[in-house]
Design a protein around this ligand. Structure first.
Ligand code: SAH
Length: 377
């Protein structure tokens, strides 16, 4: 450990903490105590890890070892109960993460909870709560309908910053996995597969140390084909969702410029050879833009593209935002689109918009501090 640099425990895995413990001349079982202090008890400072002897705590503090939780800079609460959190990091960059007490239908990747009855009495109201997590500050992918794209790419988040969003929200909501069930969707700001190593390290920490099952996690990619292939080989991994958003190459290139590099043929080939687990399906997300990609012809093209795949489709009617030059289709257009896919045998769900009034819904994450306060009804 460099003597002058700040060292943060959050984001360190078992191996890294074991080397720290060894360097400090402490017995090996201290590694477990550090892991539990950070990832289970979510202490704010090394001083608070009460299982450690005072001498070790002071020695760590003297070396400027900190836990490193990101600061919750502000919270915006929606009429539907969704909370958008703004997190600040030491370099004054910030990202957003979203708490959805009843999920948004994206958490299992199939939208199947959308029509579920309310949880039976006795279950806590957040029984299907979902946290939407960011992976980068800003985004490089430049999807034409997404507010985050307007920020451009600022930087990758570290594994600690990704895990930190989850842990800070769990503490704020007084929720503790694994006793309390929680779903994670890596669908916040940024493209997780352009920050692949940090994202995967965060996943492993969340599974192994925080205790959230990988089956309750879904990652969404805009379609970084080589990483889809790597992801299929991971021993521990969330479920996969792919942002399709268009039914042919001409349209997709217009809406998502990355389609020039990885077109539909390459993307769908990667999806077809993706090693699915038992009863797993790939989710395709499709943002519906009024009169742009939401016609019956588009729906029929999707049916052809996905033919023979173990897939399901999540439809998202555009969430509007300043600087986004598309409009939201009416409900009957969304319904008609869904019907074409369903009739062709593709399970298709409409994702409920969560927290639109506070700019917390899909594609709306852009640190809209002033906007959310002035536009919220
Ligand atoms: N970069 C990744 C992770 C973000 S997930 C990805 O693109 O998959 C965010 C989801 O919201 C994506 O499926 C995206 O297509 C969708 N989205 C983006 N902008 C939107 C908007 N304005 N309205 C509705 N959905 C949007």
């Amino acid at each position: 450990m460099p003597e002058d640099a700040k060292f943060q425990l959050l984001g360190c895995d078992r191996g890294e903490l074991a080397s720290l413990v060894e360097r400090e001349g402490e017995p090996a079982f201290r590694t477990q105590q550090l892991l539990e202090g950070v990832y289970r008890q979510r202490v704010q400072s090394v001083e608070q890890i009460s299982t450690l002897p005072q001498g070790f705590r002071s020695s760590l503090a003297a070396k400027r070892v900190s836990v490193g939780f990101p600061e919750i800079e502000s919270r915006f609460t929606s009429q539907d109960g969704t909370i958008r959190y703004l997190f600040a990091f030491d370099d004054s960059q910030s990202v957003e993460a979203v708490w959805m007490p009843e999920g948004d239908g994206g958490e299992t990747g199939d939208g199947s909870e959308a029509g579920d009855p309310a949880p039976a009495s006795g279950l806590r109201s957040w029984d299907r709560a979902t946290i939407c997590v960011s992976s980068q500050v800003g985004c490089a992918v430049d999807c034409q309908f997404c507010l985050t794209a307007l920020l451009g790419a600022k930087r990758n988040l570290t594994a600690g910053e990704i895990v930190g969003q989850v842990l800070s929200i769990l503490s704020d909501q007084e929720v503790s996995p694994p006793q309390d069930r929680i779903n994670l969707v890596f669908m916040g700001m940024g493209e997780p597969f352009l920050n692949y190593e940090n994202f995967m390290k965060a996943v492993r920490l969340l599974v192994q140390e925080v205790g959230i099952a990988e089956s309750r996690m879904t990652v969404s990619t805009a379609g970084i084909v080589p990483r889809i292939e790597d992801f299929g080989n991971e021993p521990v991994r969330p479920k996969l969702a792919i942002s399709l958003n268009a039914s042919n190459d001409e349209l997709r290139t217009r809406l998502m410029p990355l389609n020039r590099k990885w077109n539909l043929e390459k993307l769908l080939a990667a999806a077809r050879s993706f090693p699915l687990r038992n009863r797993e399906r790939i989710t395709f997300e499709y943002v519906l833009l009024d009169a742009v990609n939401d016609t019956a012809q588009n729906a029929n093209e999707i049916v052809e593209l996905l033919r023979g795949m173990r897939a399901k489709v999540n439809l998202i009617a555009l969430n509007p935002g300043p600087g986004i030059h598309f409009s939201t289709p009416a409900d009957d257009r969304v319904g008609a689109f869904q019907e074409v896919l369903t009739k062709a045998g593709i399970p298709t769900f409409v994702r409920r918009p969560r927290g639109r009034d506070i700019f917390a819904a899909c594609g709306q994450l852009k640190q809209t501090v002033a906007l959310a306060t002035t536009l919220a009804p």
